[in-house]
Design a protein around this ligand. Structure first.
Ligand SMILES: C[S@@+](CC[C@H](N)C(=O)[O-])C[C@H]1O[C@@H](n2cnc3c(N)ncnc32)[C@H](O)[C@@H]1O
Length: 226
């Protein structure tokens, strides 16, 4: 698949929030049933909040438009927890696309716009100093090259789907993510395919099928239980 198709452009989803859509690829950055609804349900409620710790290390695979980052940051600003957020993104979304999406104003957090755009568009690979309870680090790294051990409490696995990008859903990638988690750490994904669930189990995860966000019957949550 081409990394970022040239025709990715903003599209409104069913809950009124915006995502990027490529007619050429037939792929979107979020569910057409609702970008914010999907991100909130899959990554925040079933991932971040299920960790049940006051200080959480998040690893995101596929930073994309930064919606999961913002929703996590807002939880921090609401005083719910503090987060060290590390995001992997080899093909960053452009400043023009981020401006067109205008996530911060859409989420009614206009004060986050400037620090959000600064972090999203910078080449800095060192962690940014914590702001509003969240410190942030962006790495231009492909998940196939992930080599860390026991550093994350939760992985937001937000890759394009297995039909579009099968190389992201392999046993090797799930084994790398398993190693990156601390004992009892969680990996969440919007995908509920049986083949994906079996690959996660082969990599050593215990896997739960949970109710999906509106419009999707199920999602998967994998736990590093060994
Ligand atoms: C479904 S989108 C992510 C949506 C994003 N989390 C958001 O909130 O906008 C998938 C992302 O994975 C990124 N990606 C593609 N290949 C990758 C790889 N090998 N490793 C990590 N991320 C990759 C894409 O560039 C894209 O931004």
């Amino acid at each position: 698949m081409p990394a970022t198709a040239p025709d990715f452009s903003p599209q409104r989803t069913a809950d009124g929030s915006l995502t990027l859509h490529s007619a050429q690829l037939g792929e979107r950055y979020h569910s057409t049933h609702g970008a914010v609804q999907e991100s909130t349900h899959v990554f925040i409620k079933q991932g971040l909040e299920a960790v049940e710790k006051p200080q959480v290390d998040v690893l995101e695979v596929g930073l994309g438009t930064g919606l999961n980052l913002l929703l996590t940051w807002i939880r921090c600003l609401e005083g719910k927890l503090t987060v060290r957020y590390t995001a992997m993104e080899p093909f960053p979304v452009s400043a023009e696309q981020l401006t067109a999406l205008d996530h911060c104003n859409e989420l009614a957090w206009p004060g986050l716009h400037e620090p959000f755009i600064a972090r999203m568009t910078s080449d800095q690979e060192e962690p940014w100093e914590a702001l509003g309870g969240l410190s942030f680090q962006k790495l231009p790294l492909a998940v196939q090259d992930l080599k860390v051990e026991a550093v994350a409490d939760v992985i937001y696995f937000d890759a394009f789907g297995p039909n579009t990008q099968p190389e992201m859903w392999t046993l090797d990638v799930f084994q790398r993510m398993h190693r990156a988690l601390r004992p009892d750490g969680l990996l969440v994904t919007y995908c509920a395919k049986g083949e994906v669930r079996r690959t996660m189990q082969q990599a050593g995860f215990s896997v739960e099928r949970l109710p999906g966000p509106p419009g999707k019957r199920e999602m998967l949550r994998a736990r590093k239980s060994e």
